[in-house]
Design a protein around this ligand. Sequence first.
Ligand SMILES: [Zn+2]
Length: 241
Amino acid sequence: MKLQFVGVGAAIKTKYHGASAVVDDHILVDAPPACNMLLKKYDLTIDTVFITHLHGDHLVGLPFWLLERYVEGIDRDVHIYGPPGLEKKIRDYFAVTFTDMDIVRYPILGQTYFHSVVPGETLDLGDVHVTPVEGQHAITSYGYIFTTDHASIYFSGDTELCPSVLSAIDQAGCVVFEGTKKEGKLDTHTTLEELIPIIRSYPDKEFYITHRQDYSTDDITENNIHFPEEGDVFNIRTNRP
Ligand SMILES: [Zn+2]
């Protein structure tokens, strides 16, 4: 599986664009504000989107991406998966912020299909299978395990460490986890300090830390921790350690 980071930042106190990644050049995980611009920058054509939760820093890139698809007359279906309420959020966003556009009269959401996911219910997308994992956040928040015959990647979304999340870390071949802050403990999020003992307990599993505020990682010496930058690409080959 190919994993490309198109942003690695938290919502605030960061120098990066919001956390977002693309699997196998066509599946987008989360849509932060700059994602429409960044998908073009990295020449990524998306047909499938997974949204982890309905906070703005994971979501508000979608209306602009959908609007541009409509204006450009792109004639391709897109499937968008996420927590219940996602379609209403997108329609409300258009209603509130583009008051001159009637999205019923202008089919901005034509060829756009929304699907609510259920934790534990695996979706079959051809070569890739996707299992939602419920996290522990301020609102309903799902991570996703993407699995092929050759590899698997768990995306945590925004979450504290909790039993379902620890089980997903255990199952997946590699892990993309949020590390919002470096030290201490954060309600609804995870810090690097909390993650490092877990990462040490899986020395053969690779961890990619995203959703980062602005902190130095120069003193982190574990070989299996990566701090990707925008645009970085990794080839993931491990199903199990
Ligand atoms: Zn959030």
